[in-house]
Design a protein around this ligand. Sequence first.
Ligand SMILES: Cc1cc2nc3c(=O)[nH]c(=O)nc-3n(C[C@H](O)[C@H](O)[C@H](O)COP(=O)(O)O)c2cc1C
Length: 186
Amino acid sequence: MNETISTILSRRSIRAYKQEQIKDADLQLILKAGMYAPSAMNQQSWHFTVVQDKDTIQKINQTLRGIFLKSGNKRFEEMAKSDKFNAFYNAPTWIIISGDEKAIAPQCDCTLAMGNLFLAASSIGIGSCWIHALTHLSNSEEGKALMNALGIPQGYKIFTSGVFGYAAVETPTAAPRKENTVTIIN
Ligand SMILES: Cc1cc2nc3c(=O)[nH]c(=O)nc-3n(C[C@H](O)[C@H](O)[C@H](O)COP(=O)(O)O)c2cc1C
């Protein structure tokens, strides 16, 4: 099996991280992989925001907690009531990908870029996990204020975020794949 396929098959979402920060050269490599994702009409409608400052990561976590508490969703509210609320699994790096809302397909562009980030990270021994809650930031005033503070460009929406770092525990095995998800017409 070639290395690319092997990386695709072995990447898993990691939900417990060591505190050791990833190396800057590795971060640059991961970001570069994101920038080489396909994009509609090659618009490259993405913007990558890398957060490694611990206080800023906590601020994002606390803002999410506030949003969850007021969400009206019982499960989210229960999660947010805990003092230990932690949307980022204590990972040292959080990467947010926002996309230009005026682009043709920013959600697709940003999601493909995140896929590349995950695979690039996995190929060099760095774990990752998609963190979806951040996509709701623009629905609230405090979320919008945080987006401004993070320098998300005006007119851009957050489509995905992911955390990155070294796995603290062994990489989990893949869940079984669903059957009958392919139709081949020869
Ligand atoms: C759109 C999307 C949203 C996700 N949101 C979260 C999330 O908020 N928190 C989380 O821990 N994992 C999240 N995940 C990760 C999935 O749970 C994970 O990919 C899935 O269980 C399969 O596991 P694997 O990534 O190890 O193959 C998300 C994945 C996708 C594609």
